[in-house]
Design a protein around this ligand. Structure first.
Ligand SMILES: CCCCCCCC/C=C\CCCCCCCC(=O)N[C@@H](CCCCN)C(=O)O
Ligand SMILES: [Zn+2]
Ligand SMILES: [Zn+2]
Length: 507
């Protein structure tokens, strides 16, 4: 047989088989998107973002409830914020159904008594504290003003996390004002030191509930959001419900050398050696694990909603995972889903222009992928630094969270999904990995159904607002936040049993 037909036989035929398999899988890949059951909400079942509600959010932002490090915050501001909350919701705070405890001096635990003791309580979480403000001159509005400008409320805490605190309380106040009596007992847990790991706030709340033998049906805390323009190949909004949460590892790198007079430097300095170590870490990222954890579910839940090329790839991850691994590392948001991230967040050295620095110290903040271990991350750092003069110390660590159930087998997840779809009817919903950390670490013993989701919309240009400059929330998003919690409180106020969910294709 001549070469051409033999080549065709050995290459062409297998290639054609491959093409057929890829095409068949693409066209037959299942849709995970479902439609919620009909919502019988009326016009009265709506919380408008009225002036007084916006002023309450703005007021909350004015309290400089900054957390600096574990055990070092702003107690006076927290006490003022707590008092402000008490004054802002008179029906809630005078209801015989509601009890409020101050836990750990500055955290709040509300309990709304339900009428049906056969239903396990639900727990909504958020936090009262914020991170410090940097780059103040870059802000378009004073960071603790709560200024309303161009359809936004500006300020530190507007999306992390005072919109959830105030949005949940507004929803509960609205329910109680209308005489609603919940069947399911509801806890509202507001930690005062989430930004510094919650050791004195949420941890105490978790311990208190455990000591009381409380088991909850679900926990919902801050998390990923409704996203627009962040998922490659998807034009629609995508609401990402965190069913998992990355761990973290904070590492201190230090180099000590002989100091001395700036006029007689040695060939290498502590600053130079540490700078090289940091550069090595940034040039050699932790391994790409995309596809090995819950982030794969996010992609597969969206495959049928993607543009053709992306759909071919995501419907055939058996073949194209290497392609996905490359695509997903091209931007910070998707890269954060794909691997343990490495962020050098502090670098300190030197005391005077003419003095050789005897020590240089840097802090590295890793967020650990669900399929990675703390030790593996540390081993990678040491290997990549490859310099025994650099001391590597673990400052703090947390293993990745257990993965919560999602999809049709998880009624609590479906209730969250349903509430999202009632507020964002044009949005897709998918399970995802919370790339930041939350107070839910302190609630692991209360339930296996822990979710992280904040009902506001984030686009590519908004990611930098988290802990950054010009943190803000649109008035429309705050209105949707309040109404998300209004609907969620209704949607969970029934036995949460596995229900047959209407698939698009079934209607
Ligand atoms: C396929 C597209 C994927 C895009 C993913 C980007 C989605 C962006 C939406 C939201 C980003 C959420 C990150 C914000 C985390 C907020 C909570 C927080 O700040 N927590 C702190 C706790 C610190 C505890 C101290 N160890 C933190 O994570 O730093
Ligand atoms: Zn937060
Ligand atoms: Zn934060």
């Amino acid at each position: 047989m001549s070469t051409a037909p033999k080549l065709l036989q050995w290459v062409g035929v297998p290639f054609m088989c491959l093409v057929v398999i890829v095409v068949v899988r693409t066209v037959t890949f299942p849709s995970y998107q479902t439609r919620p059951p009909p919502c019988n909400a009326t016009d009265q079942d709506f919380i408008p973002a009225t002036r007084d509600r916006l002023d309450r959010l703005a007021g909350a932002v004015t309290f400089r409830t900054i957390s600096y490090e574990p055990g070092r915050g702003t107690p006076e501001e927290l006490l003022k914020f707590i008092a402000f909350i008490g004054d802002s919701f008179p029906v809630l705070h005078s209801s015989p159904l509601v009890t409020r405890e101050v836990v750990g001096n500055f955290s709040l635990l509300y309990r709304v008594e339900g009428s049906d003791s056969s239903l396990n309580p639900g727990l909504l979480a958020a936090h009262l504290d914020v991170v410090p403000v940097t780059e103040e001159p870059g802000w378009e509005a004073e960071p603790f003003s709560g200024q309303q400008k161009d359809g936004f409320v500006y300020g530190r805490g507007t999306i992390d996390d005072k919109h959830n605190v105030m949005g949940q309380l507004e929803a509960l106040e609205f329910h109680l004002k209308r005489g609603h009596r919940p069947r399911r007992t509801l806890y509202l847990a507001y930690g005062h030191d989430e930004e510094v790991s919650g050791y004195y706030g949420a941890q105490k709340i978790g311990e208190l509930l455990e000591d009381r033998g409380v088991k909850v049906e679900f926990v919902l805390d801050e998390g990923l959001t409704v996203t627009k323009g962040l998922v490659p190949g998807v034009a629609k909004k995508v609401a990402m419900v965190g069913v998992a949460e990355k761990g973290y590892l904070t590492v201190k790198l230090s180099v000590r050398m002989k100091g001395g007079h700036g006029s007689m430097p040695e060939k290498e300095s502590a600053i130079g050696i540490l700078s090289q170590a940091v550069a090595n870490l940034e040039r050699n990222p932790q391994p790409n694990l995309w596809g090995s954890g819950p982030e794969r579910d996010l992609t597969e839940h969206l495959a049928t909603e993607m543009s053709v090329l992306h759909r071919v790839v995501t419907s055939n991850l058996w073949l194209f995972t290497p392609v996905m691994r490359w695509v997903m590392t091209q931007k910070a948001g998707t890269n954060a889903l794909s691997r343990t991230t490495t962020a050098v967040t502090r670098f300190n050295a030197g005391i005077k222009d003419n003095v050789i620095a005897p020590e240089a110290v840097a802090t590295v903040n890793h967020r650990v992928h669900p399929k990675h271990t703390i030790q593996e991350v540390l081993d990678h750092d040491v290997k990549v630094i490859n310099d025994p003069r650099v001391k590597v110390e673990v400052v703090e660590s947390l293993v990745p969270a257990p993965v919560s159930p999602s999809g049709p087998e998880s009624p609590a997840y479906l209730a969250i999904q349903e509430s999202i779809q009632q507020i964002y009817p044009d949005s897709l919903v998918a399970p995802s990995v919370m790339i930041g950390n939350t107070d839910t670490r302190h609630y692991w013993n209360l339930t296996s159904a822990i979710y992280r989701f904040s009902p506001n919309v984030m686009g590519p240009e908004d990611l930098a607002r988290f802990h950054g400059v010009n943190e803000r929330i649109s008035i429309g998003d705050y209105e949707r936040t309040m109404n998300f919690y209004f609907h969620l409180m209704l949607n969970v106020d029934r036995p949460l049993v596995v229900r047959r969910h209407e698939h698009d294709g079934d209607l």
